[in-house]
Structures are given as C-alpha cells and as structure tokens.
Design a protein around this ligand. Structure first.
Ligand code: AMP
Length: 218
C-alpha cells in the first residue's frame, strides 16, 4: 500500500482546500481532519462545544486556541491518525496553534505543510457561490438557478449555503486569514517543510501539483 503522510494544508477559505483534501485523503489513505467540519458537527449535535462555537463561526471569527488544540489533540490520538498520518485542514490557524501542534506531534513530526495559493478576489467570488452538503461536506457551486431541493450527488444529503458564507462573515474571515494565519508561512518557512502550490486552475491539475509537492517530502 502507498505510504501515509502527515500533512497540514494552509490557504484561504474558498481556495478549494476541502475538496482537494478529501481527494488526497483517499489517495494517501489517511484521515482528512477538518476542524471546521468537526465544529459544524458539534453545532448540529448541540454539544457544549457546539453551542459556544456557533456564534463565533457565524460571525466569521476564530474559536479559542485552547479549545481547538484540545479538539485536535484528541483526534490525533485515534488509531488511524497515529498509524498512517493525517491531513489537517483548517488547523493550525494561528502561530499559537502551530506551536501547540508541534509539541504534541513531537514524536511524529509533520512531513509537509502546503500553502495552497489563490488570490483574495477569486476566493471571494467562489465563497459567495459556494454550497456544501450538510452531511458529507462535498462542495458545489451555485449558478444562481439551482435545483430545489438540492440533493448531494455523493451521499444524498441536503446541499445548502453555509451560515458563515454571508459577505460580512466572508470578508472578516479573509481579513483574519491575513493577520492570524499568513504568519504561519514564516513559521513553517524556516523548517524546510513548506511547499507553496498554485491553487488556480483545473482541479485535476491542482491535484497533480499537490501530490508532486507531497512526494518531494516523503
Ligand atoms: P472552515 O470550515 O475551516 O472554514 O472553518 C469554519 C469556521 O470554524 C472558521 O471560520 C472558524 O470560526 C472556525 N474554525 C475552524 N478551524 C478553526 C481553528 N483552527 N481555529 C479557530 N477557529 C476555527
């Protein structure tokens, strides 16, 4: 079997990270750990975490570092992540989260950090027309004349617009990305683990760029 990988995916929301991560997770046979999906599941289930995260997510702000680190720590201790590795999507989002992750992954450090680069204007356009499957997280693009009800081709779940995909929340998230998450490029840049990958283009071509970048580090 193809060897696993320990990978962090950085990039603006709407850069196509989610879809590419799902595909890479199948390719490398490692779990796709999306902190956004984990938080949205907690909101749906009405857990304590979900209740406190709901307003933060809808405002396009960031959930506290301690909460996020504890959530990821618990997930990385599971057998699948410990044996074959993982793709972390949406985490770390701050330097404090990256430092905490480096500490808890000391015994099995990251192989590679990918920065999927897509210009802000383009992601703004994509996020406004983004629709997602409530159940499996598959991404779709609204053309303005959508099926109603819109059912996911992958799993039959409802395809909806995310509550945090309003123009205000989108702009806030993109601003936060620049102030909080871009500094991770410097943080990882010095370690020789960082690969910048052009995220503009046909999804199959972008996927090819991603797998080549990963292969250089395994
Ligand atoms: P995403 O699906 O990655 O776009 O995440 C959706 C929302 O969940 C973000 O806008 C944040 O409010 C929250 N979130 C997800 N991951 C993190 C994280 N690592 N740190 C803080 N907040 C997060």
């Amino acid at each position: 079997m193809i060897p696993g990988v320990r990978l962090v995916m950085l990039g603006r929301q709407g850069a196509g990270k989610g879809t590419q991560c799902v595909r890479m997770s199948r390719h490398f046979v490692v779990p796709h750990i999306s902190t956004g999906d984990m938080l949205r599941a907690a909101v749906r289930e009405g857990t304590e975490l979900g209740k406190s995260a709901k307003t933060v997510i809808e405002a396009g702000s960031l959930v506290g570092d301690d909460i996020m680190v504890a959530l990821v720590d618990e997930r990385l201790r599971m057998d699948d992540a410990r044996t074959r590795g993982y793709i972390l999507d949406g985490f770390p989002r701050t330097v404090a989260q990256a430092q905490a992750h480096d500490k808890l992954a000391k015994a099995r450090p990251l192989d590679v950090v990918i920065d999927l680069v897509v210009p802000r204007e383009l992601v703004l356009e994509r996020l406004t027309s983004r629709r997602v499957c409530r159940d499996c997280g598959a991404n779709y693009t609204s053309t303005g004349i959508d099926r109603s009800p819109w059912v996911c081709d992958m799993c039959g779940g409802d395809v909806v617009q995310r509550a945090d995909d309003t123009p205000d929340a989108i702009n806030r998230r993109l601003d936060l990305y620049e102030t909080q998450t871009q500094p991770l490029i410097d943080y990882y840049g010095g370690s020789g683990r960082l690969e910048s990958v052009d995220g503009v283009g046909d999804p199959d071509v972008v996927f090819g760029r991603l797998t080549s970048a990963i292969e250089r580090h395994r």
